[in-house]
Design a protein around this ligand. Sequence first.
Ligand code: SAM
Length: 256
Amino acid sequence: MLLQADKSLGQNFLTDGNILDKIARSVRAKKGDTAIEIGPGQGALTRKMLEKGVNIIAVEYDERFIPLLNDLNNQGYEGKIEVHHADVLKTDLTKLIDKKVPLIGNLPYNIGTEIIFGSIRNPESFSQMLFLLQKEVVERITATVDDRHWGRLGLMCQQYADTAYLFDVPPTAFIPAPKVMSSIVELNLLEKPRFDIEHKKLERVIKTAFVKRRKMLRASLKGTLNQDQIQTAGVEPTERPENLTLSDFVNLAKQL
Ligand code: SAM
């Protein structure tokens, strides 16, 4: 029996068994391995992972679900699930494990990108990240240059991970049904960032350039980089941010 969904916590519960199986199969973990699950809710994906023999460390904010999740210990999975009643945004997930593990979850859509930005720079802790998110966000994560979805999220993900768009999940797979299509995305974290550049500098130049994505760089980067610096980076000041590759942004960031 499903508990009432709390919209403020982005609760849409996955109920389609085939899709849950497909997600569980996409997690790179074998029997005896551990994975961290964000927002397990009433444990639909959690159960699939436990059935696969994968131990789960769960981080759930809604206290109503904590007893249900802990009870899995009494349903044949004793010692296989560790439940943390916590806000994932205020939790250092790297402290929950002492080895590299997959980080998975049907994420609360309102904080999905924040969760990604908060975890993607930890390749020593997370091997694979496998998330269910709005399709539009997954398109931004996996976008490439010249794509209309290309922007800060795709650029940052490309700097720290190899990304893959796995499959779509229709609204009918959830209760309550979300208004939009959802998709599964996989991020495999790189041992080292793709380019050697200070994170803060890269972030600053990308954020500034994309404040107005239709503006030319000479206008959007005014006050951050002058036209000479933009040209020294090998970029035309009349270009627009959506036409620049990650490597272009790295060269611009080196001018800061
Ligand atoms: N995994 C379940 C499923 O697929 O049916 C539930 C997914 S639902 C989209 C998102 C889950 O994240 C909910 O259980 C919600 O309570 C939880 N959640 C929301 N905000 C959270 C936060 N800040 N920290 C941890 N969990 C959170």
